[in-house]
Design a protein around this ligand. Structure first.
Ligand code: CP
Length: 309
């Protein structure tokens, strides 16, 4: 039963194959070519138990571009509010025989648990602070397009690492593809296991960004902080917010990334975020659609193949 639950189980060759397929879809979209409706006749259900703009919209657009029948559940209006559990909700939808279930949930592990209970393919659209695989894949595609390769690059991931599933999935993917990763942020926002991850860890932006090819900024995820110490936004921006002066420590052609949603003037200067000579933030969003098309295309093909054996 193929699913896309995280980057952890993927082989580098699978990552490359998925990025190649996404690149094909990205080029087609730019050329105005309609893709083959490879998901025609399939039903895709999006279940977002946590808010989203980019991931939910791009999964919906991706499914529709490939011909799927797409339904986005309004989870706030579902019977969850009447006490129905996550598993019962999933089993109910599974009984309607969808082919693809796209799930975001605030709790780490919830999407994996759900995948064990249903018969369709499940795609993790972000679970707690665990994984956000399609985000890491779209980041990888954006990096590969900008740098011409996805190996032997120095990538600085900066900010609230501790609460970030984006950081975790990127860390795993970039490591698998043999890149050098640095984690940069205040010690209070660094996961306890950071030192054991085999990456460089620093609370000094100048050292962390030195000669970096890629600078990836992250939002302060206050919704996951459980009352832990949060620096004032002004103090945080002064020490860790990315501006032109701090970016000058990176390579002159370093790209600036942010998964969004971004808080201008907190983790990143607004002018820099909009600078199309350095920032690839909008391209990340564009690649999000292509990567999600590729992920659903490949999963559907894998399941067709499994069913025919
Ligand atoms: N990057 C990301 O997951 O954004 P959304 O929360 O808007 O989906």
């Amino acid at each position: 039963r193929p699913h896309l639950l995280g980057i952890e189980p993927l082989h580098p060759l699978e990552i490359t194959a998925l990025l190649d397929r996404a690149q094909h879809y990205a080029e087609g979209a730019r050329a105005g070519i309609r893709p083959e409706p490879v998901l025609a006749g399939l039903t895709q259900v999006n279940m977002f138990f946590e808010n989203s703009t980019r991931t939910q919209a791009s999964f919906e657009i991706a499914g529709k571009r490939l011909g799927a029948d797409v339904m986005s559940m309004a989870m706030q209006a579902s019977s969850l509010t009447k006490g129905e559990t996550l598993i019962d909700t999933a089993l109910t939808l599974n009984a309607m025989r969808p082919d693809l279930l796209v799930v975001r949930h605030p709790h780490a592990g919830a999407v994996n648990l759900l995948a064990e209970k249903v018969t369709c393919a499940v795609l993790n659209a972000g679970d707690g602070r665990h994984e956000h695989p399609t985000q890491a894949l779209l980041d990888a595609l954006t990096i590969r397009r900008a740098k011409g390769r996805l190996h032997r690059l120095t990538v600085a991931i900066c900010g609230d690492i501790a609460h970030s599933r984006v950081a975790r999935s990127n860390l795993i993917l970039l490591g698998k593809m043999e890149n050098r990763v640095r984690l940069v942020g205040p010690p209070t926002l660094m996961p306890p296991e950071a030192a054991a991850l085999g990456v460089e860890v620093t609370d000094d932006m100048a050292a962390g960004l030195k000669d970096a090819d890629v600078v990836m900024m992250l939002r302060l995820q206050r919704e996951r902080m459980d009352g832990a110490f949060i620096p004032s936004e002004r103090e945080y921006y002064h020490r860790f917010g990315l501006d032109a002066a701090k970016l000058a420590h990176a390579k002159p052609d370093a790209i600036v990334m942010h998964p969004g949603p971004m808080n201008r003037g907190v983790e990143i200067d607004g002018v820099l975020a909009d600078d199309i000579n350095r920032s690839v933030i909008q391209e990340q969003v564009e690649m999000g659609v292509a990567v999600r098309m590729a992920a659903m295309d490949l999963l559907a093909a894998a399941r067709r193949e499994a069913a025919s054996i």
